[in-house]
Design a binder for this molecule. Sequence first.
Ligand code: ADP
Ligand code: GN1
Ligand code: MG
Length: 385
Amino acid sequence: MLLKLAITLYNKFEKVMKMKAELMKVLEEFQIEGKVLTFSPYGSGHINLTYLVETTAKRYILQKINHNLFKEVDKLMHNIEAVSEYNRKIAFEKGKDPDRVCLSLIYTKSGKSYLTNQEGYYRLYKYIEDSVCYQLVEKPEDFYESAVAFGSFAAMLSEFDASTLFEILPNFHNTPIRYDNFLKSLEKDILDRAKETEAEIEFIQKRKCLYSKIVDLLAEGKMPTKVTHNDTKLNNVLFHKDTGKALAVIDFDTIMPGSICYDFGDSIRFGCSTALEDERDLDKVHFRLDLFEEYVKGFLFALGSDLTEVEKDNLPYGAILMTIENGIRFLTDYLDGDTYFRTQRPQQNLDRCRTQLKLVSEMEANLTKMQEIVDKYYRIYCLKE
Ligand code: ADP
Ligand code: GN1
Ligand code: MG
């Protein structure tokens, strides 16, 4: 028994040492300042492996890119480079220090935006100093701040030439396709897990006629296709640890053509919940209409006349759609054996799915009130005189 434990510990230790040696080698290839002191896993992203690196001179964020998902890293990094350089230029023109308020790449010694070796693909960012990020809204003011940050980011992207970007994950927010993929996984049910999830399956199937509304509006040209962030959850915006002001929008992996309703909706699904995304006790999970109002206020203030009437009419629906879409994706991944979203424990994806569906029910019950709130701030901030 003791010997077994010792072997397990030794194997773990050996794995960590190997990983450290690998990361040290990777860092040597980038144009970093100072000598590396430490690095440790960082943040709560579900997709890439993120490390905080400290050197004698600076701090950095090192990421091992999820190559399972991002097959064409060259195209992914082209997008990130283009948007981050543009973002830096705009910040500079506004008299801000781009290093403090923008995601900023560190290039390799040979001038590339990422490094590839036998183990995978890596990129390095400047660490945005004095920043914190939240998994849950602690103060309504913070959520308002995040709304202004994402709204301003969307407004900035409206000037960006969409034709220079690759559609890196086609159909990312195509909910009907997400639903079809879910049905395929359900049909296969490779781990015999469907039997534990009958209520969730029924909930999702019952709403199938809802899923195509935005993709249809975009396809028919009734809603403008814009360059959007597509992953606007609260932990993809950094705040100043002392002033509480939003500093920077991060995580540019999914910047692609999309709908403003996706960006609005994804922020709402994550930030208007009273509980974490993977909360097990559903009695703790509720949709907060007061926070919804905070977000609408900040987002519409930042967008101003950039918002059309059709977009405005579909913002509350966008919140429901993004929430159920994530529920569908979490359940699909659970059925597939948890291969997409990083998990730390069994059933975490199922718990994530359940929180989303609980939120959908409460949003549905509040839909009229949500639309009234949106209409009110639309009149204040978005209608031209
Ligand atoms: P993922 O795609 O896996 O979500 P992110 O790019 O969002 O990865 O990074 C994960 C976390 O790392 C973020 O939520 C944030 O806490 C932190 N982070 C990422 N980039 C920076 C940065 N430049 N400065 C400070 N913290 C960062
Ligand atoms: C993932 O990368 P991260 O953790 O910010 C996912 C989003 C989901 C989100 C759910 C590229 O976001 O689409 O909405 O998890 N990103 C990708 O929390 O799939
Ligand atoms: Mg992220």
